[in-house]
Design a protein around this ligand. Structure first.
Ligand code: A2P
Length: 415
């Protein structure tokens, strides 16, 4: 066991700006709001962080797991950290400080003593993968050592006359190794610099293709990218990376980092069931998992697949055509359309309620894993729908929710 640190020494929690992909997971997870960010960095406020570790398991890159012993009064401030391009090195502590160990103050637990914080159990999704998930590789390529991929395909997968310009982009890695699993993501480094003259930071995209390639047996993968022309409030905004990607031509090259993600992974054991709930480009990991399963048809190993997919209209639903061609006895497809003329507005959570019997049947099977990806707002709605579905049968969702989290069977990726 680690010896307690002297009271004036802080094991300061820091985020490595060179590895961080600015996915916001840590900020969302932190139960005490100690994590904040600006356009440059995600940082931890030393005056608020209590070292509970809740943010550490969900971080896809591991950039969150950095610590420096500092004299408490000289801790790196939020302002210092926001300006960093890289982490500072370890500093040696003054000799008199190191020689005076005292018990750690209550209420400011050091990370090594707080790994099992109850706060970490409160996140909606699991911090561990399903037991049978394959072992993922992460961080093989970093900001300092990116890999070059070649664009071998880029085409629109939504109706040409619609506002939603969503592209299916295929990247090939040639002879270089880039092992991935369904549910993982990669970072794209867009060329150029930001308003402060700094290189743009990486943008994260989930894979839309399975582990053995967009084309089976090829060293390639695909992404589902929506061209960003508005911010969340509807004001005009130019998405740096999404516009760069959507405008790429065949044979252009792209700088890639990653892969990332070690929890949002599909089960690997025979007859595991998948409940997939997504909106818009959140369909990328669902496409990857569905395609992985489709390629296993015939092996007798696949379980049930149930998909809830939300989009404004059919024409704005990425991959609508290919999705509707999948055999009905392979995947149970439920489309929630919110702006289809002449139809009532439907969200994925409405359809989960409508299919309560089948959802409950799958939830009763320990081989079922649930994946939710897409708009942040749907997270609460989906959880509420699942609670109601269980309640209708007199069952307690909170108990099942804890089991699903503990067993790595419920995963969220929302933005
Ligand atoms: P809406 O028509 O109300 O925007 P987008 O096209 O913006 O990516 O959204 C994909 C789908 O998700 C749309 O149908 C959108 O409906 C729907 N949506 C928006 N907010 C929520 C929410 N809180 N829960 C579930 N679905 C949502």
């Amino acid at each position: 066991m680690n010896a307690p640190l002297p009271a004036e020494v802080l094991k300061q929690h820091l985020i490595d700006p060179e590895i961080c992909i600015r996915c916001n997971t840590c900020e969302e997870t932190c139960p005490v709001d100690a994590i904040t960010h600006d356009s440059n960095n995600y940082v931890v406020d030393p005056d608020i962080c209590n070292g509970c570790m809740a943010c550490v398991p969900p971080c896809p890159t591991g950039s969150i797991d950095n610590w420096r012993l500092v004299v408490r009064a000289e801790a790196y401030s939020v302002q210092d950290q926001l300006g960093w391009e890289e982490l500072p090195g370890e500093k040696s502590l003054p000799a008199d400080v190191e020689q005076a160990p005292e018990p750690v103050e209550a209420g400011n637990a050091q990370p090594s003593q707080a790994a099992a914080s109850p706060a970490s159990a409160m996140a909606a999704g699991a911090a561990v993968p399903p037991w049978s998930a394959a072992h993922p590789y992460v961080n093989l390529y970093t900001h300092k050592t990116p890999i070059t991929a070649t664009v071998v395909g880029n085409y629109r997968v939504t109706g040409a006359d619609t506002e939603s310009d969503i592209h299916h982009i295929v990247l090939d890695f040639g002879e270089l190794p880039f092992p991935v699993l369904e549910g993982q993501s990669i970072g794209i480094l867009p060329p150029g610099t930001d308003a402060q003259g700094r290189p743009h930071h990486a943008r994260q995209y989930s894979l839309a293709s399975p582990r053995d390639g967009e084309r089976a047996g090829y060293n390639n993968l695909s992404l589902t990218v929506k061209r960003v022309t508005q911010d969340h409030g509807g004001a005009a905004a130019h998405g740096v990376c999404s516009n760069y990607l959507c405008d790429l031509a065949r044979n252009d090259t792209v700088q890639v980092i990653g892969p990332f993600g070690h929890t949002f992974l599909m089960p690997n054991h025979p007859r595991a069931n998948l409940i997939m709930i997504c909106t818009g480009t959140g369909s990328a990991p669902m496409r990857a998992m569905t395609e992985r399963s489709r390629r296993l048809i015939g092996s007798g190993d696949i379980g049930k697949l149930m998909l809830f997919f939300g989009a404004r209209t059919e024409r704005e639903l990425p991959y609508f055509g290919p999705l509707m061609k999948l055999p009905r006895d392979f995947i149970d497809i439920n489309l929630a359309l919110s702006r289809e003329a002449g139809q009532p507005k439907r969200y994925v959570q409405d359809l989960i309620r409508e299919r309560a019997v089948q959802v409950r049947e799958l939830l009763a099977d320990r081989n079922t894993c649930i994946y939710v990806c897409g708009l942040k707002g749907m997270e609460v709605g989906v959880l509420e729908a699942l609670r109601e579905v269980m309640m209708q049968a007199g069952e307690d969702w909170s108990i099942l929710h804890d089991v699903l989290r503990r067993e790595g069977r419920l995963h969220f990726e929302t933005y």
